[in-house]
Design a protein. Structure first.
Length: 403
């Protein structure tokens, strides 16, 4: 790969220049040989001398740099060929030089530049047809006309193909950059999704385990049944956390990707049920076991929700109840569910002490940020803050598409 990207790139850059140099030297040698050996028994052309060879060299040698300076090489070439033909030297030997210079201008410059050069080429070569052998003047004029036209057309086509190729290459590069950007965004979105899942899974279960572990330690000797019950809750929470972690690892291991309408959909847990509102009662029981009474009012989930939306609502409720556990463990929580035309609303309230709207005392409020990110994915909103009558409220409103 290093060879292709390094040395081969140098070879591709140098090869045209080497080819032009070889062409220039080879054409000079062939033209000089023709000039020296072409018979002229009737003295139709001027005798070849040192000036003739010098002019032929001035026609062909500059072609070695024709790609670097097309206009300069053409101007010099046309002037030298005109001088050569005016002096009446054997004219066919210089036609190819001027024709290639004409082609080069057409291949590297726009038409407003190349067309006048093609006309100059035609006029200079037409001037040379006066030296044609008797009887082929008309044929010679047709030949130089075709030479000027064909070299211009082929050069112009080459230029347009090159421009099209460069545009295609630029478009390909743009598409590649856009694809890389989409990939980066997809990776970033997936990282955010995983971060939200980790936060929701770990924060909830660790909060329950922490509270129950503290309770078990406190009553370990004075109230063994309560301590035993707390240990049971810890066991259940640890098992649930392990199940959800295995689900997330399965997602990562198999490279699961979700569409915009299903991007937070989950694989089933180990017990076969995916996190969703169908497990709301189970969630409430777990929070109750941790010491916070939970009431559920309303019946907004009688009709099934789309899978991704269902999990989104469940995770917001889970995070809101986790915050109650962490910040108001002596409060009573209420989950109110209601469903209107094309919307579902979930309010999680508690009657504990007022607290900042960040939802946590010791951090930047990642839980609330995660709630809002989840809701935004599905076009919903989350508001949170202290209630006027005391306690805290999280209010989720989500649009529900027609099923």
């Amino acid at each position: 790969m290093a060879f292709r990207g390094g040395r081969w790139g140098v070879v591709r850059a140098v090869l045209p220049q080497v080819a032009d140099a070889v062409y220039a030297v080879g054409s000079l040698a062939i033209s000089a040989s023709m000039l020296h050996n072409w018979p002229d028994p009737t003295n139709h052309w001027r005798d070849s001398d040192a000036l003739a060879y010098a002019l032929v060299a001035a026609v062909y040698l500059p072609l070695a740099v024709r790609r670097r300076a097309p206009l300069l090489v053409f101007a010099g070439n046309a002037a030298v060929v005109l001088t050569y033909l005016t002096l009446a030297y054997y004219h066919p030997v210089v036609v190819c030089g001027l024709a290639l210079a004409n082609y080069t201008v057409a291949a590297h410059r726009p038409r407003e530049v190349s067309v006048p050069c093609a006309v100059v080429t035609w006029l200079v070569l037409l001037w040379g047809t006066r030296l044609a052998e008797p009887g082929i003047g008309a044929l010679s004029a047709a030949f130089v006309t075709a030479t000027a036209a064909v070299t211009w057309v082929t050069g112009d086509v080459s230029r347009r193909l090159g421009e099209r190729g460069r545009r295609l290459a630029a478009l390909t590069e743009q598409l590649r950059r856009e694809q890389e950007e989409r990939t980066r965004r997809a990776v970033s979105d997936e990282c955010m999704r995983i971060a939200r899942e980790l936060h929701d899974v770990i924060a909830h279960h660790v909060s329950v385990i922490s509270i129950q572990a503290g309770l078990a330690d406190y009553v370990f000797t004075t109230d063994p049944p309560t301590a035993h019950k707390a240990v049971g809750v810890i066991t259940d929470s640890a098992r649930d956390a392990g199940d959800e972690m295995r689900r997330m690892l399965a997602v990562l291991r198999h490279g699961v990707r979700h569409t915009a309408n299903d991007r937070t959909d989950a694989l089933p847990d180990a017990d076969g049920a995916a996190p969703g509102m169908a497990r709301l009662a189970e969630l409430a029981d777990r929070v109750r076991a941790a010491g916070v009474p939970v009431r559920i009012t309303g019946d907004a989930v009688a009709d099934p929700l789309p899978a991704g939306l269902d999990m989104c609502v469940y995770r917001v409720v889970q995070e809101a109840l986790t915050n109650v556990l962490k910040h108001a463990p002596t409060a009573t929580a209420t989950v109110s569910l209601s469903r209107g035309r094309g919307t579902i609303r979930v309010r999680v309230t508690d009657d504990g002490p007022s607290r900042p709207a960040t939802g946590r005392r010791d951090g930047p409020g990642h839980g609330l940020i995660g709630m809002r990110e989840r809701a935004t994915i599905y076009g919903g909103t989350v508001t949170a803050g202290a209630r006027s009558q005391g306690g805290f409220e999280v209010d989720l409103v989500m649009p529900v598409p027609d099923m």
